[in-house]
Design a protein around this ligand. Structure first.
Ligand code: SF4
Length: 310
């Protein structure tokens, strides 16, 4: 859950999860849809799908994997997560290197390399230090130091136990490190989202398993492309029905692009093929945030009244 997401955001989700599925076996027996419902709003849904796959694998094993190499084989477990579990849970001599820890080391040793070269340098420093033992405590100490003391802006150097050795502090160059790489601008993509209604129901569809928001439910959309769409990309009922366009576009930012969706609302004369969900049951459906934003463009009450107009 904490991959790409802060503790403050994750806390409530984590507590709900642990209450609902207190053991590995209970989580392994849950369906993906149940997990996605609890996950909704947290984003990066591939984590939920990987969690579901990983927990099923773990439930079949007689021993929980404890080395970074074995942990790395689990779906969704990358270098950082494998190192964090191995060091904190099993005392393995390795330090998980995240942005906070890279910042501490970049300042401590005034490392001029920008990310991602910095990561290799930090790895070289930390691998020697972790040999000192208590690697889990060491990793967590560094994480806390990076999060609370050596903050990106205004580091609290007077409270820092490393200040005597810290080169950036001694040279008054805390703001210089870590050296940042200039971020490339992320592109814009456009599309149309269709809210199709019929007698208190809304048409949803399951997105293809592979790809962005794979396996999640949502309203039908065109592909998310450049500014112009081909006519074959339009929703199959686009031409046959009357649509009302919502004045404000929905903007949503994914990691690698900004998405701008035009929202169109239409009344269907019948229940075409697809998943027609009662508007009252919509809150129980696991919808990704972008789809919630689309549907929230119009209050449910108005959608319900609108859906009954022929
Ligand atoms: S002394 Fe300041 S800059 Fe150096 S590690 Fe501590 S908080 Fe960071």
């Amino acid at each position: 859950m904490l991959q790409q997401t802060t503790v403050a955001t994750v806390k409530d989700y984590f507590e709900r999860f642990i209450k609902k599925w207190p053991t590995l076996t209970s989580l392994a027996n849950a369906s993906l849809d149940e997990i996605l419902v609890e996950w909704q709003g947290l984003g990066y849904y591939s984590r939920a799908r990987n969690l579901h796959k990983a927990v099923k694998i773990l439930n079949e094993l007689s021993l929980f994997p404890s080395t970074p190499t074995d942990l790395r084989k689990l779906p969704g477990v990358g270098d950082y997560t494998a190192a964090a579990i191995a060091s904190i849970a099993f005392g393995y001599l390795i330090v998980p290197i995240d942005g906070n820890i890279m910042r501490v080391f970049a300042r401590l040793f005034a490392i001029p390399s920008p990310v991602p070269l910095l990561k290799q340098k930090v790895y070289e420093y930390t691998s020697k230090m972790a040999e000192g033992g208590r690697s889990g405590d060491f990793a967590q100490g560094l994480m806390d130091l990076g999060a609370m003391i050596c903050r990106p802006l205004n580091p609290k150097c007077t409270e820092c136990p490393l200040r005597v050795e810290c080169r950036a502090h001694n040279e008054g160059r805390m703001a210089v490190f870590p050296v940042l790489r200039v971020k490339p601008q992320i592109p814009k993509r456009y599309g149309i989202a269709y809210i199709l209604l019929h007698d208190g129901k809304i048409l949803l569809e399951k997105r293809p398993t592979k790809g962005l928001l794979g396996g999640m439910m949502g309203v039908p959309t065109t592909p998310w492309e450049g500014e112009s769409l081909n006519s074959e990309d339009l929703f199959e009922f686009e031409k046959d029905l009357k649509w009302h366009e919502v004045a404000k576009q929905v903007k949503h930012t994914f990691t690698h692009f900004h998405l701008y969706l035009t929202v169109k609302v239409g009344i269907s004369p019948k229940l075409y093929k697809g998943d027609w969900i009662d508007l009252d049951h919509l809150p129980g459906v696991a919808l990704p945030t972008v789809m919630k934003k689309v549907i929230k463009q119009i209050p449910t009450e108005i959608l319900r009244n609108f859906s009954k107009i022929n």
